[in-house]
Ligand binder design. Structure first.
Ligand SMILES: C[S@@+](CC[C@H](N)C(=O)[O-])C[C@H]1O[C@@H](n2cnc3c(N)ncnc32)[C@H](O)[C@@H]1O
Length: 241
C-alpha cells in the first residue's frame, strides 16, 4: 500500500499549487462537481458529530467551506479553528467568513497538517476536506488528528477516490481528461489540475484508509463511499478514556 508521496519537494509543490489556484478554486469546485461538493460537505460535518457548543478543527480548510458549516453548527458557544498551509487560501477563507450575514466563531491559522499547532486532546470534532490525498505523509496526518482530538471525539475526512468499478473508473478518467483539465487550462491552471489524476492513483482505498486509521489509534472506523465510489468519507472515533 503506497501511503507516502515520493519526495519532500512534493509538499512545497502542493503548497504552491494551492496558493496559485486560490482565486479560481471555489468556482471550479462548483462547476466540476455540479454543486454536489456542498452536499458532501454537509454530510461530512454531520458525520463529525459537531454539536452546538463544540470546539472543532477543520484541517486543510482551504477557502473554508467546511469551517463555515462547522461554525454554523457549533453556534456562538462553540468555536472552529481552520488550519491550512496556503496563505492565499486562508485570505479567501477570511474574506468569505467576514461576508457572512451572521458573525462566525472561526479562527484561521497557518499550519501544517503533519504538525498541528495545538496541544493534545483539544477538539470535540474535526473535519478534513480534500486534504488527506494531498499530504506528504498520510499516517502522520492521521496521527496528528488523533493526538488533538479529545477521547470519544470523531474526525470525518472527505476526499476524491478512484472507484473500484471499472466502468465508473473509466467515466472518472474521461471526466478528468475531458472536462476538468481543459476547464482548468482555460483559466491558465492546466498543470495545477493535472496533478489530480496521479494523486488519485496514490490515494489509499477506503479499506486501506480504515487500516491506516486503526494503526493511528482510532476505534470504530467506517468508510462511506459516495457518488458511486468517486468520493468517500472516512469517519473515525478516538476511543473514550
Ligand atoms: C483541495 S483543497 C481543499 C480545501 C477545502 N477543505 C475544501 O474542501 O474545499 C486542499 C487544501 O489542503 C491544503 N493542504 C495540503 N497539504 C497541507 C498540509 N500539509 N498542511 C496544511 N494544509 C495543507 C492546501 O493548501 C489546500 O488549501
Amino acid at each position: 500500500m503506497t501511503v507516502t508521496s515520493p519526495t519532500a519537494e512534493y509538499a512545497q509543490d502542493i503548497q504552491a499549487i494551492f496558493n496559485r489556484i486560490a482565486p479560481a478554486y471555489d468556482q471550479l469546485n462548483d462547476w466540476l462537481s455540479l454543486g454536489q461538493h456542498r452536499v458532501w460537505k454537509h454530510m461530512t460535518v454531520k458525520w463529525s458529530q459537531a454539536m452546538p457548543g463544540s470546539i472543532c478543527l477543520d484541517v486543510c480548510c482551504g477557502s473554508g467551506d467546511l469551517s463555515r458549516l462547522l461554525a454554523r453548527t457549533v453556534g456562538p458557544q462553540g468555536h472552529v479553528y481552520g488550519v491550512d498551509f496556503s496563505v492565499a487560501q486562508l485570505a479567501i477563507a477570511e474574506q468569505r467568513a467576514a461576508a457572512s450575514l451572521q458573525p462566525l466563531p472561526i479562527t484561521w491559522m497557518e499550519g501544517d497538517a503533519l504538525n498541528l499547532p495545538f496541544p493534545d486532546a483539544q477538539f470535540d470534532a474535526a473535519t478534513m476536506g480534500y486534504g488527506l490525498r494531498n499530504v506528504l505523509d498520510i499516517p502522520q496526518s492521521l496521527a496528528e488528528l488523533f493526538r488533538v482530538l479529545k477521547p470519544g471525539a470523531k474526525v470525518a475526512i472527505l476526499d476524491f477516490h478512484r472507484p473500484g468499478d471499472p466502468l465508473v473508473r473509466q467515466f472518472q478518467q474521461w471526466y478528468l481528461d475531458t472536462l476538468v483539465v481543459p476547464l482548468a487550462d482555460a483559466l491558465g491552471l492546466r498543470r495545477e489540475y493535472a496533478y489530480i489524476s496521479p494523486s488519485l492513483d496514490r490515494f489509499p482505498t477506503g479499506a486501506e484508509q480504515i487500516t491506516l486509521a486503526r494503526a493511528a489509534g482510532f476505534a470504530s472506523v467506517v468508510h462511506y463511499p459516495i457518488a458511486s465510489g468517486m468520493m468517500g468519507v472516512l469517519v473515525a472515533s478516538k476511543p473514550s478514556a
